[in-house]
Design a protein around this ligand. Structure first.
Ligand code: BGC
Length: 754
């Protein structure tokens, strides 16, 4: 298909028409030229394909499909291969359903536990989010259907999501809010990118040329088309110029007309319209040329697979010898979630499941009783319900309370206002724990919750929103058929006010200032050395593992070289299991503010009891670099870096050090206002000012002629220097440097010479 030639035959109206949807889910056809429409559909953890009534909030029905675990859960698997296979299954279902693109993955950073859409996002850590996203995209696209990585960019709150401006400095964008997109583009080349609703530093993402063209295409090399989030377009003409190719959904022809008028009035270059059309059609034909509607979609098989994935994602947060449960024991399952699990979130990702399996439906052959405990719909636990639960708990060896956040507590479209679980559930857990010392809590939630009862229970299993087969997975993990191996993709703070964005989250009116900067999640808690409920990367197993013998391929490298870190991980317990080996890098001394450590590598490893394996990580410049705004590039400051390896961000068993030498010389420019401290750090400049500085020191230490000896002694040489270092160069003219303006100018010229 010669797309350029095809476009040359189109009228301006036809081309402008192609820049917006036909309806809610289709691109427009050009029947005259035989260009067909194609369909896109939500995503991301299954299909929400609407054949009839359409909406973007999950209100109207969609076809029966399979709801896989949401991103909050899949991120916890730390398993690239697994999420890649999940992508393949979703890709196959797209082929079967004749969908060109599935709208996902959603990779926004979990800045605050309050974001209503956290359940759909992977992590507080950009590297983890990027790696999981790239694997998912590669999985889906291996089936010749596209993905739409979303929401680009900085869409971290639902509050005022269509008007709020995320105000973020460039370094923070580059280090925290961009990398998940950047990694995905570079490693997986998503067919499409969906821009976000919000504004970024004042400009709507849908009309942001720096975002959509300079960074996304020119820097990262994105080749597909950019579509708008549903209804995210404000100024369509500005959008075309900025690089927004497709407006979704249709705008009733209004914006298409504006494009035509702008071209006719000479305000928009027609070549930009051609370019948008070319990008859209290239992707549409990539799908059309490879469409395989005969691809089978075995929903039963996907249901089973979804149970397997869910089991790999569960995070065992606490276990005082109570788990795994013994299959012969009497166990009470308490809480309505045991019968009606919460396994997905509300909004555009909401799937119409062809079937679900609750924990109570998965207990075949086990001695399990049930008590409702609380009502999800009424959000209450009556005295009767609690009494029944307590009786069931007393009669059992172990009581398992299924708890978490009901649908209304977290959803697309609005944020949470607190981090608490429903009071009725907390009350129930406390009553059950008082009745049975062997109480375990299973949690269904998309984001951290407070756990006021943590000390009263023996076990906690974080199941997140694990998809339609979550009940099956929970039972497998509780009874030890699957050894839990999930790790937290986010920190659970003790309380909401500990979160770094607490003071600013949501913003003032439409201005949301990201004042905590790069200190998001564990980057903040570690810098503050703060107690947390559960740290990033944390999770237990029914066996134990140890990391040992860290070997670095060099003790010194340049920023152009790579470093290989190899560690031995051993299963030191008595059953087979998986752990996640995590590698963090930290700059020991830095002139810019940096986190103590940042995740730069992870690997999920399966080991038989007693078995050991060597795991290697290759670290390149980016692993050591920060974003230098003056350079407009990544920069490594020469110096020592820690390389820590372990099984959580707070369980780093082995540590090494490497010196990295920068090959980039930062250009310094000195003026009369440069201060001595900065000049003295630069050996060449320090040499230039040395004679003058010696004069000044003399003047300082001799004091005035009539100062007493005591006064002179009180000010030591060190104190003098401590005071001088913050002085600007021009101070030499007032404080005894014995220097003229001409001499000063000559010195500056010398200091600034290359
Ligand atoms: C959401 C997107 C979704 C789209 C289509 C929007 O409201 O933000 O994530 O893909 O609707 O349903």
């Amino acid at each position: 298909m010669d797309i350029k030639e095809l476009i040359s035959k189109m009228t301006l109206e036809e081309k402008a028409g192609l820049c917006s949807g036909l309806d809610f889910w289709h691109t427009k056809p050009v029947e005259r030229l035989g260009v067909p429409a194609v369909m896109v559909s939500d995503g991301p953890h299954g299909l929400r394909k609407q054949d009839e009534e359409s909406d973007h909030l999950g209100i109207n029905d969609s076809i029966k499909a399979v709801c896989m675990p949401a991103a909050c859960a899949t991120a916890a698997s730390f398993d690239r291969e697994l999420i890649g296979h999940m992508g393949e299954a979703i890709g196959d279902s797209c082929q079967h359903e004749k969908l060109s693109v599935v709208l996902g993955p959603a990779v926004n950073i979990k800045r605050s536990p309050l974001c209503g859409r956290n359940f759909e996002y992977f992590s507080e850590d950009p590297y983890l989010a990027g790696e999981m996203s790239a694997s998912y995209i590669n999985g889906v696209q291996s089936r010749n259907v596209g993905t739409s990585i979303k929401h680009f960019a900085a869409n971290n709150q639902e509050h005022r999501r269509m008007s709020s401006s995320s105000n973020i400095d460039e370094r923070t964008l580059r280090e925290i809010y961009f990398p998940a997109f950047e990694i995905s583009v570079k490693k997986a080349q998503p067919w499409t990118v969906m821009c976000s609703y919000n504004r970024l530093n004042g400009t709507y993402a849908s009309e942001h040329p720096w975002l959509l063209t300079d960074v996304l295409r020119k820097e990262w090399g994105f080749e597909g088309y950019v579509m708008s989030d549903w209804g995210a377009v404000s100024d369509r003409v500005a959008g075309v110029a900025a690089g927004l190719d497709l407006e979704m959904p249709a705008s009733g022809g209004i914006n298409d007309k504006k494009i035509v008028e702008a071209v006719r009035a000479g305000k928009l270059d027609e070549a930009l319209v051609d370019q948008a059309v070319e990008r859209i059609l290239k992707i549409n034909y990539r799908y059309l040329d490879n469409a395989k509607p005969e691809t089978p979609w075995d929903k039963e098989a996907d249901h089973e697979f979804s149970a397997q994935i869910a089991a790999e994602c569960m995070v065992l947060l606490k276990n005082e010898g109570v788990l795994p449960l013994c299959k012969e024991d009497d166990v009470a399952f308490i809480g309505e979630f045991a019968k009606r699990p919460r396994f997905q979130g509300g909004g555009s990702s909401h799937i119409n499941c062809f079937k679900t399996t609750s924990a109570m439906e998965a207990i075949d052959g086990l001695k399990v009783t049930y008590a409702q405990g609380y009502s999800v719909d009424k959000d209450e636990a009556t005295d009767e319900m609690i009494a029944e639960a307590v009786a069931a708990a007393k009669a059992a060896k172990v009581a398992v309370v299924f708890a978490g956040l009901p649908d209304a507590y977290e959803s697309e479209g609005y944020d949470r206002t607190h981090m608490a679980m429903p009071a009725c559930q907390n009350k129930l857990i406390e009553a059950v724990a008082a009745a049975n010392p062997n109480t375990v809590v299973v949690l269904h939630n998309g984001s951290p919750v407070e756990m006021p009862w943590l000390d009263q229970v023996k076990g906690v299993l974080e199941a997140y929103l694990g998809g339609q087969a979550v009940g099956q997975a929970v039972v497998k993990v509780l009874f030890g058929d699957v050894n839990p191996s999930g790790r937290l993709p986010e920190t659970f703070p003790v309380k909401l006010s500990d979160n770094p964005s607490y003071l600013y989250y949501g913003g003032e009116g439409n201005e949301a200032d990201y004042r905590e900067g790069i200190f998001v999640g564990y980057r903040y808690y570690d810098k503050k050395d703060m107690e947390v409920l559960f740290p990033f990367g944390y999770g237990l197993s029914y066996t134990t593992f140890a990391c040992s013998n860290l070997r670095l391929s060099a003790s010194e490298i340049t920023d152009q070289e790579t470093l290989t870190a190899t560690v031995t991980v051993t299963n030191t317990g008595s059953c087979a299991g998986k752990t996640v080996v995590q590698l963090y890098v930290g700059d020991k001394v830095s002139t810019v503010l940096r986190p103590v450590r940042e995740l730069k590598g992870f690997e999920k490893v399966e080991l038989a009891p007693g078995e050991g394996k060597d795991i290697s990580f290759v670290l390149d410049k980016r692993a050591f670099a920060y974003w230098n705004t003056e350079l407009g590039d990544w920069h490594v400051e020469t110096g020592e870096f820690t390389v820590e390896v372990g099984q959580s961000s707070r369980d780093l068993e082995v540590c090494g050090t490497v010196t990295v030498n920068s090959t980039v010389k930062l250009k310094k420019h000195y003026t009369m206002d440069s201060i001595y401290m900065d000049i003295l750090e630069d050996p060449k400049a320090a040499q230039v000012i040395k004679p003058m500085l010696d004069e000044m020191k003399k003047a300082f230490s001799s004091g005035s002629d009539d100062s007493t000896d005591a006064a002179k002694e009180a000010v030591s040489e060190e104190m003098n220097m401590a005071m001088v270092k913050y002085m600007p160069l021009r101070g030499a003219m007032s404080f005894g440097g014995g220097i003229t303006q001409e001499q000063m100018d000559a010195m500056l010229a010398e200091m600034n010479r290359d």
